[in-house]
Design a protein around this ligand. Structure first.
Ligand SMILES: *[C@@H]1O[C@H](CO)[C@@H](O)[C@H](O)[C@H]1NC(C)=O
Ligand SMILES: *[C@@H]1O[C@H](CO)[C@@H](O)[C@H](O)[C@H]1NC(C)=O
Length: 423
């Protein structure tokens, strides 16, 4: 290393590497300190309940914060190491090509995704990725939650998750659904035959993100003078059903209700409506608001998260076994607490708690990290299927009618709490 002395930029690089290395130093056993590891609800035993080859993972976005910090320091390069011991045995990468981070230059030049110019630029960007990483990465996810991006990015009155069919119809059938054509009229772009042909069947697998569900109902106050994307469906969504009850127990963030059947419904529906696609659950998880008064020990006791995953995985399995929905994998969001868009660090999704205050971003395993670790243990005894304790059945009676809920599914953490107070 001595021979590089005198190159200040290089020493910056080296210290960054050390910093990053320290943040990811020795991973302790997430189950350390438990006499009896957390067991969940008894709905499932573990990975062996699923077919061989079913993929389990966790998802995170990029380390935006670290990159941001480096940029602030004016460094021009980022040296990173590939960890031999992590690559072999391999954890297979499922890479998302675009997670809402359109380059600002393209926004400025032609409005980003509002212009069809984006198609060529995005194609070039994809070609570059395939060329550089195509040999290593076989699972590419084109766009993360386009519907959320459309709402948050381009529609002011942020209200509800959109219809999950908005882009599914074009990529399955090469056209928008007829009711959408009728409702949106000339504001809806049209596809020529060539567009249509290249859209139809243009994906190998579908990545579904699921967090919660809402009821939807007709919007009696629809005002044809004030047209916006979110009003086009002539529907509003609400967590309270016609019976006055919530769709499920409210969870650690005000937008999220426990409704695991919603995932099962979404899977059944997707199979029926979209020609039985090959599906991965690319995100599912529980948001909890950060409580600064809690100790780390308290904040890492997250039995609710265990119940959340257990009941949602059970829903996935029921769709697979009961309705032959073709699901090949499940990615929990998130591996560690993350920077959650506008909410910043105020909500926590992770299996790992991150201490943002200690200067090292130390990771602490929550109970759920231990539970998932055991759940995924390939050597765990398969055992008899446990008696189904239907612990949630009383909480989950509120059910939307099939047709109503279809419009509300695919929901995510796109709804700020204050929006609910209007209803
Ligand atoms: C999914 O389909 C299966 C088989 O018809 C059914 O048993 C199950 O109730 C469906 N799930 C939902 C939530 O509709
Ligand atoms: C699921 O989809 C994959 C990819 O199209 C296919 O190879 C597989 O046979 C399908 N499995 C089932 C059970 O339909």
């Amino acid at each position: 290393m001595a021979r590089f002395r005198g190159f200040p930029a290089l020493s910056v690089l080296i210290s960054i590497t050390l910093l990053l290395a320290r943040a990811t130093a020795q991973i302790p056993d997430p189950c350390a300190g438990y006499d009896h590891p957390p067991t969940g609800t008894g709905l499932l035993n573990g990975r062996n309940d699923f077919p061989p080859g079913f993929v389990f993972g966790t998802a995170t976005s990029a380390y935006q914060e670290d990159i941001q910090r480096m940029k602030y320091m004016n460094v021009d390069a980022y040296r990173l190491s590939i960890s031999w011991s992590r690559v072999i045995p391999c954890i297979e990468p499922y890479v998302t090509i675009w997670h809402w981070d359109t380059p600002q230059a393209l926004e400025a030049e032609y409005g980003g995704f509002l212009s069809s110019n984006i198609v060529k630029d995005f194609e070039d960007y994809c070609d570059l990725l395939f060329e550089e990483y195509g040999k290593k990465v076989t699972k590419w996810i084109t766009l993360n939650e386009p519907v959320t991006y459309v709402m948050r990015g381009y529609d002011e009155g942020l209200m509800a998750p959109g219809r999950c069919s908005v882009y599914m119809d074009p990529i399955t059938y090469g056209r928008y659904p007829q009711n959408m054509v009728d409702l949106v009229g000339t504001r809806l772009p049209t596809f020529n035959d060539e567009d249509s042909a290249s859209l139809r069947g243009s994906y190998d697998f579908l990545g579904l993100n699921y967090y919660t569900a809402y009821y939807s109902m007709n919007n009696p106050a629809f005002d044809p003078e004030h047209l916006e994307y979110l009003k086009d469906s002539h529907a509003i969504t609400t967590a309270t059903g016609a019976d006055g009850k919530l769709i499920g127990p409210q969870l650690g963030s005000s937008w999220q209700y426990l409704y695991p059947q919603g995932l099962q419904y979404l899977l059944n529906y997707t199979k029926d409506e979209y020609r039985n696609p090959h599906i991965y659950i690319t995100e599912n998880g529980l948001s909890q608001e950060d409580d600064p008064t809690q100790t780390i020990e308290e904040a890492t006791q997250d039995d609710t998260r265990i119940q959340f995953y257990d009941s949602h995985l059970d829903s996935v399995l029921q769709s697979m076994t009961g309705y032959n929905v073709n699901v090949s994998g499940f990615f929990a969001w998130s591996f560690a607490d993350n920077y959650e868009w506008n909410d910043g660090y105020s909500v926590r999704f992770g299996f790992y708690y991150i201490d943002y205050t200690d200067g090292h971003l130390t990771r602490y395993p929550k109970s759920s990290a231990c539970w998932y670790t055991n759940f995924l243990n390939r050597n765990a005894p398969t055992g008899q299927t446990l008696i189904r304790q239907k612990v949630h059945s009383s909480k989950l009676q509120a059910r939307p009618t099939a047709h109503r809920s279809a419009a509300a599914l695919g929901g995510r953490r796109a709804l700020p709490a204050r929006r609910f107070s209007r209803w």
